[in-house]
Design a protein around this ligand. Structure first.
Ligand code: LLP
Length: 440
């Protein structure tokens, strides 16, 4: 039996989370306190079952509503080789934005036809690697890229399948740093220039224009912005058909599906997004007399967010009488910059005292040299002593992926847990790793 804070917060952890007889948090059948002991902290845990369940949920919820769907995981949320193997096994595609992400995919023989290459400033080197690797789709973001890619493709005698990324001008009501579908954005081609982009891409001998893409933003709690954007883009597709004979064979609606980070901020289920997206595409096709395009979904956070848990060890506990109690942990903004960057709110539990009731409001601070390095401001927790283990749920997305070596810190280890077994899928960085690239 769990009590108090732990009971309600358990829902934020992977569904395999439970509390054992010692009052320890268990994930994927593994005692997190023992994991912290064995692998050290900070430690990131990924629950394999949750990852696979999430892949299946997307496949099923979209698949049962629409005849031709591809779920393409957005690797920017987090990707490493072990995760790429699981995604491949689950039949997902992969959205990459760099040679690094593509290298990870190639290293595990990820099917190249399922790779979507994105980016607002792809270099010639990146495009060259995309062509050489024969990735499935290149998502063209702007006119400069369109011309460069067309030229490179002709030179190679290739004709890559491409999508055009458009900004539908729809506000998804999310943090401005992660809002991308509005007109004033560094990403994508504005609607006003879409006609020119479509006709130029269609005319380019090196390009095979198969469809259109948009991405509204991230952590979108509403389903209506998808409806609004699909309507805009499909009206445009119909116009382009009439004017240029353009066939919308593929429609890529991006990612952005929200994840629940705190007990009081529930996110819509995948089914709600799936319903709105597939119903709108179907309705629009009927209305505009278009063939149903292949539908592409690019979830990132919603696949990995909940599967990931960060473990930290508490160090200094500093009480400022009448003001605040700071509990400092051995990680922080170098492994999770989200609170500092977006005011992102997380919750936590004390993994080795799951049956203790919360007693006190504390602030969880990181160990990095910046006052803004606060992981969680004001959270009710049981009394914490130095050495206790804090577990933070929903750390699978955009934490390690945006990690740094600030203060010459070492990037954490990652373990994958499943059915009582834990395997290291990234070793902790060492000081040799840190010094390796410096030249004196
Ligand atoms: N597709 C494209 C073209 C994207 O740019 C993104 C995310 C996604 C898909 C996946 O979005 P998701 O389903 O993960 O929301 N660092 C920020 C999030 C940046 C999102 C960037 N693009 C954060 O920590 O909240």
């Amino acid at each position: 039996m769990t009590t108090g804070q732990n009971e309600s917060r358990l829902v934020l952890f992977p569904p395999t989370a439970e509390v054992d007889g010692k009052g320890h948090l268990v994930i994927g059948g593994c005692d997190t306190v023992a994991l912290a002991e064995e692998f050290g902290t900070p430690l990131y845990i990924f629950d394999e079952q949750t990852l696979r369940q999430k892949c299946a949920e997307f496949r099923n919820e979209f698949g049962k509503r629409y005849p031709d769907v591809a779920i393409v995981y957005a690797g920017k949320a987090f990707v490493n080789r072990a995760l790429a193997v699981i995604l491949k096994d689950e039949g997902l595609g992969l959205d990459v934005v760099s040679r690094g992400e593509l290298s990870i995919a190639r290293s595990v023989d990820f099917p190249m036809e399922k790779i979507y290459f994105h980016g607002n400033n792809k270099s010639a080197g990146e495009l060259d690697m995309a062509l050489e690797s024969k990735v499935g789709r290149i998502v063209i973001d702007n006119f400069q890229e369109l011309d460069m890619l067309a030229g490179m493709a002709v030179q190679r005698g290739a004709a890559p399948d491409v999508l055009l990324r458009l900004t539908p001008g729809v506000d998804p009501h999310t943090h401005r740093h992660i809002s991308t579908g509005v007109e004033d954005s560094k990403f994508g081609i504005p609607l006003a220039s879409a006609d020119e982009a479509v006709s130029r891409a269609m005319a380019a001998p090196g390009l095979n224009l198969v469809g259109l893409q948009f991405h509204l933003g991230s952590q979108i709690f509403e389903v209506e912005p998808y409806r609004d954007a699909i309507r805009v883009i499909m009206d445009l597709a119909a116009e382009m058909k009439a004017r240029h004979g353009f066939e919308l064979k593929e429609l890529d609606v991006g990612g952005g599906f929200a994840v629940q980070y705190t007990v009081d901020s529930t996110a819509p289920p995948v089914a709600d997004y799936a319903e709105m997206i597939t119903a709108t595409v179907t309705e629009k096709c009927r209305q505009q007399n278009l063939e149903l395009p292949k539908l592409i979904i690019e979830p990132g956070r919603s696949i990995v967010g909940r599967a990931g848990v960060a473990l930290y060890r508490a160090g200094v506990v500093k009480e400022i009488p009448g003001i605040r109690c700071y509990v400092s942990v051995d990680g922080g903004m170098a492994d999770n910059i989200r609170p500092a960057l977006y005011d992102a709110r997380y919750e936590a539990v004390v993994a080795n005292r799951m049956n203790d009731k919360e007693k006190k409001k504390v602030t969880i601070a990181g160990k990095f040299c910046e006052s803004g390095d606060i992981l969680i401001k004001d959270i009710d927790l049981p009394e914490i002593a130095p050495g206790d283990i804090l577990a933070v749920p929903d750390c699978g997305a955009y934490c390690l992926a945006m990690g740094s070596n600030y203060n010459a810190s070492l990037k954490p280890a990652i373990v994958m847990v499943n059915d009582g077994r834990a395997r290291l899928v990234r070793r902790r960085e060492t000081y040799e790793d840190l010094l390796r690239h410096d030249v004196v």
